[in-house]
Write a protein that binds this ligand. Structure first.
Ligand code: FNR
Length: 178
């Protein structure tokens, strides 16, 4: 089964995006081997640290290197991607010539209580993902505008229409990853 590294752009415990990532992982069971690769322990990117790279950085790069694909599930912060996601993408792209991103299949998703459901953040993220040489799935797009009933108290998806849409997204991503 193809391995997917899942990156979650929010570091908070009750993150809607972590819930969305977990729902997508549940729906992908048996189709994709999806695992969250944590990014909260990465230091801010600093070129000097390559002289003696922190364990968090080498472990992160190794986890991405062994994955066939990447799924980024992220909130929108001030009409862009959160710094945590950009920082992780930057670490993976260096040292020059040793980027772990080229050729990875990729997809984006995001959840927000707002009406635009992370569309603006994903527009910014799209540019970076493509620049890094990943093969980004263009359709379907997943902008989840979270309502009171979107997530059930047990973390599952609270309404059938959303569950069906998310299942379709995972199926298309599995086909994209090949
Ligand atoms: C936000 N939020 C937000 N929402 C949005 O739709 N567009 C935006 O530009 C922003 N900007 C923004 C900046 C910062 C610094 C924070 C902390 C939040 C609100 C955001 O969508 C909401 O807090 C989500 O619940 C964050 O995702 P998680 O943490 O639930 O996954």
């Amino acid at each position: 089964m193809k391995q997917v590294a899942v990156l979650v752009g929010s570091l908070r415990r009750e993150s809607l995006n972590r819930k969305l990532a977990e729902a997508l992982m549940f729906l992908g069971e048996g189709k994709l081997a999806m695992e969250i690769v944590e990014i909260g322990g990465l230091p801010l990117y600093n070129e000097d640290l390559w002289a003696d790279p922190p364990e968090a950085v080498t472990a992160f790069k190794a986890a991405i290197a062994k994955a066939d694909a990447v799924l980024i599930v992220t909130p929108e912060y001030n009409r862009s991607m959160p710094a945590a996601i950009k920082n992780a993408l930057d670490w993976g792209s260096r040292p020059m010539g040793q980027s772990v991103w080229p050729g990875k299949k990729a997809a984006m998703a995001g959840a927000s209580p707002g009406a635009v459901g992370t569309a603006v953040a994903q527009a910014a993220l799209r540019t970076t993902i493509v620049t890094l040489g990943m093969a980004l799935m263009g359709q379907p797009e997943l902008y989840l505008s979270v309502k009171d009933d979107t997530f059930a108290p047990d973390g599952g998806i609270g309404n059938e229409k959303t569950a069906k849409f998310l299942a379709g997204f995972v199926d298309k991503f599995a086909a994209w990853v090949g």
